[in-house]
Design a protein around this ligand. Structure first.
Ligand SMILES: Nc1nc2c(ncn2[C@@H]2O[C@H](COP(=O)(O)OP(=O)(O)OP(=O)(O)O)[C@@H](O)[C@H]2O)c(=O)[nH]1
Ligand SMILES: [Mg+2]
Length: 410
């Protein structure tokens, strides 16, 4: 049997730089990783310094001519712009260049589409894709004409209907499915609170080693890969610390600069795992030359998701790859530790830090104590912070923050 060789898309990256404080090369390095992850190769780059991107063609008209030459020289089959294009920019660029035109958002959506495994992930991706595409029906004709290559993947490989009404119907259908899943998730979260095991969310830039950490600690067997966005669906596992305390560890989707807002909206409930945690473990790839910027991107995203007032443990990972140690500081973190998770280095220290952080932490509980256990609310009044106490027929309902050491006695 012979497999038909699929032609690999050859892509030119294009960026407009309007902020002198930003290095467009860094952003394009990241875009190149994204494009590679999506399955294409990069054959050229073009950067233009402009105060504003052109509303007609993103880059200026002179640059468009240069780009045409570059396409011809490199035999590129597609162009990827570093910012989200408007429908008009799409259309005009396609008319001018006569190759497939894409933008950063489309590439990220494409990667997510290829990665989504669970029903929830697939619905979320399709929703994000439809929202993105619904406003761009005039442009993107090349995507449907060529019917393949990167930028066209979708869950179930469904051909997208180009009819606005159908898209609107589908969007509202998907939205209600997402809401169903969301309410299901809230039930699970509420149940977790009844049995208050501390929840630790592992967050960080994509490819930092989050899944590797979860796998190493709990044998969770989550896919770890040297690619962006290997993980899309959050995985939660029980983890017993060396001192015997049990916690829930959740691996989450990785962050990235300029995470498209369609994705943030569609993936909000997944991304918000961190919001419902007691402690955040922030994994950083310290071998990445732009580590500081990636750290900043993570905090920006957390802020965007309104995740705040959490204990943060920053894990500077992959120190085995460092020839020279960079400065590893994180002023947002309560604790920091250097690790090479894959080599088992620094894990003991990390465990100790988690134990320490748990001790410093108060846990939110809502629990019904039968009257035979009436002494326990007394303990809470004494050591914890009482929010609500309700004397009911079947016992005393208490809502409070209690120090974690007290948990075993309740
Ligand atoms: N050298 C080295 N590589 C590591 C270390 N920890 C993880 N890696 C590698 O880094 C790559 C990414 O690891 P993952 O655990 O998949 O990263 P992630 O943060 O879950 O990434 P996404 O799910 O894609 O956001 C994999 O190839 C790992 O084997 C480490 O301590 N040292
Ligand atoms: Mg992962």
């Amino acid at each position: 049997m012979y497999e038909t060789e699929q032609e690999i898309e050859k892509v030119i990256l294009v960026a407009v730089c309007s902020n002198p404080n930003q290095d467009p090369e860094e952003s394009l390095d990241e875009l190149e990783e994204l494009v590679k992850t999506a399955g294409a190769t990069v054959v050229g780059r073009m950067i233009q310094n402009l105060e504003h991107a052109s509303s007609a063609t993103y880059i200026g008209s002179g640059k468009v001519e240069e780009l045409k030459d570059l396409i011809w020289e490199t035999e590129a089959t597609a162009v990827v712009c570093d910012d989200e294009l408007t429908p008009a920019q799409y259309k005009n660029l396609e008319d001018e260049l006569d190759v497939k035109v894409m933008d950063r958002t489309l590439i990220i959506l494409d990667i997510f589409a290829g990665r989504a495994k669970t029903a929830e992930g697939k619905i979320q991706v399709e929703l994000a894709q439809l929202r993105y595409r619904s406003t761009r029906l005039i442009g993107m004709r090349n995507l449907s004409r060529q019917g393949g290559g990167i930028g066209t993947r979708g869950p179930g490989e469904k051909k997208l209907e180009v009819d606005r009404r159908l898209i609107r119907d589908r969007i509202s259908q998907l939205k209600s499915q997402v809401e169903d899943l969301e309410s299901h998730r809230q039930v699970t979260r509420a149940r977790r609170q009844e049995n208050p095991v501390p929840v630790i969310a592992i967050v960080g830039y994509t490819n930092a080693g989050k899944s590797t950490l979860l796998n190493t600690l709990t044998d969770a067997r989550v896919l770890e890969e040297d690619k962006l966005f290997a993980t899309l669906d959050p995985t939660t596992r029980n983890y017993k610390l060396p001192d015997g305390q049990e916690v829930l560890l959740t691996d989450t989707v990785g962050f990235i600069r300029k995470l498209p807002h369609h994705l943030i909206d569609a993936f909000r409930s997944t991304l918000e795992e961190a919001k419902y945690s007691d402690i955040i473990i922030h994994v950083v790839d310290s071998s990445n030359p732009v580590m500081d910027k990636n750290v900043q991107a993570v905090y920006d995203t957390l802020k965007n998701l309104e995740v705040k007032d959490k204990i943060i443990i920053t894990v500077f990972n992959k120190i085995d790859k460092l020839e020279e140690k960079p400065i590893m500081k994180d002023f947002n973190a309560d604790y920091t530790v250097e690790t090479a998770i894959k080599k088992g280095i620094g894990l003991d220290e990390l465990n100790e830090i988690i134990e320490k952080a748990l001790k410093s932490m108060r846990i939110h509980i809502e629990k019904l104590f039968p009257y035979t256990d009436a002494g326990k609310p007394g303990l809470i009044r004494k050591y914890g912070q009482l929010i609500k106490e309700e004397y009911r027929e079947d016992g005393i309902l208490v809502e409070a923050y209690v120090p974690s050491e007290l948990m075993d006695r309740l």
